[in-house]
Design a protein around this ligand. Structure first.
Ligand code: A2P
Length: 313
């Protein structure tokens, strides 16, 4: 049976989700086939975003999985998507979630996240964006529209992604419905202890993206998969460094979205529940030198206030 963590609004989140973004992109057919393989391997949690352009292949894979009887009903799946920054304005949010739902051929999401705490103007065609096209998000009015998405039943849960403690505080001070999830970069080399503790104290479930260091993407590298300390622990336990990373996150009560389109590695990444790290192994991991992989500035541009935002948490 599947292992889940629960968020403040009572939703059960399958601990290991499948990320659907490939960078560079691999095309809809490959994505769809990989998702069907993942469902066969036991995945029930899938993470997408408007901006990834994988909502459509995910939707097709879900429809096919239902047709083939791989899952009996839609509600066996946990599907999250994200509001892109160019829709970061009160009146654009309902149309944006409806567009995601159409792409996915679904009538509700399990989780809808604000992708980044930034607003982009519509002219932005590629990243990094020009300074004049980026502005802070009006968290209060945007969150009201997110709350409306939930009350209309378009999504079961609402949350955020890439929020710092400070931004979460601002959100919590006006929210009627608190965010259930904050999805952020997290792995043994970017542990974010302060953010984890902050979220835990306020009942916000943390989900890790790039739990394996986003190897093979433009911004990722092999620093997790080839980390010496993790390799030593993996060797001693007959596991892989990827499994050590995912297990460590789970032991911190963090769920993960790990991307693999390879059948064997998909299975490997789910196989973390019938063993555990010793106290000594956990201590070694907690002492690893830390390095952030993804920054506001690296995604949106090297603008002063984005650099400041990166320095904040
Ligand atoms: P692949 O899809 O070929 O398996 P992250 O989830 O941190 O973004 O990392 C994703 C990257 O890590 C992808 O390049 C993926 O490649 C690779 N990957 C996923 N699972 C494993 C694993 N168990 N061992 C090695 N590499 C993995």
């Amino acid at each position: 049976p599947e292992v889940t963590l629960s968020s403040s609004d009572g939703l059960a989140i399958p601990v290991i989700g499948m990320g659907t973004m490939s960078s560079p992109p691999v095309g809809p057919e490959i994505t769809k086939d990989a998702i069907i393989e993942a469902i066969k391997a036991g995945y029930r949690h899938f993470d997408t975003a408007f901006v990834y352009r994988t909502e459509q292949p995910l939707g097709e894979a879900i429809a096919e999985a239902l047709r083939l009887g791989l899952v009996k009903s839609r509600d066996e799946l946990y599907i999250s998507s994200k509001l892109w920054c160019s829709f970061g304005e009160k009146g654009l949010i309902l149309p944006a979630i409806n567009m995601s739902l159409r792409n996915l051929q679904l009538d509700y999401l399990d989780m809808y996240l604000i992708h980044w705490p930034l607003k982009l103007s519509e002219e932005v065609r590629q990243m990094p964006a020009k300074k004049e096209h980026i502005s802070p998000l009006d968290i209060k009015s945007v969150w009201e529209a997110m709350e409306e998405c939930k009350s209309l039943g378009l999504t079961k849960g609402i949350g955020v992604s890439n929020f710092t403690c400070k931004q979460l505080e601002e959100l919590l001070s006006t929210a009627k419905i608190p965010p259930a999830v904050n999805q952020v970069e997290m792995n043994p080399l970017w542990q974010q202890k302060k953010l984890r503790e902050f979220c835990k104290a306020r009942g916000i479930q943390v989900t890790a993206y790039s739990p394996l260091g986003a190897f093979n993407t433009k911004w990722g590298d092999n620093r997790i998969l080839e980390c010496y300390v993790l390799e030593e622990i993996a060797k001693a336990k007959g596991k892989t460094t990827a499994q050590i990373s995912l297990r460590w996150l789970y032991e911190q009560e963090v769920s993960s979205v790990a991307k693999s389109f390879n059948k064997e590695r998909m299975k490997q990444n789910l196989d973390i529940f019938d063993w555990s790290l010793t106290e000594e192994e956990s201590n070694k991991i907690s002492q690893l030198p830390q390095r952030k992989g993804i920054t506001f500035a690296s995604i949106f541009g090297l603008h002063d206030w984005l650099l400041q935002l990166d320095a904040e948490d």
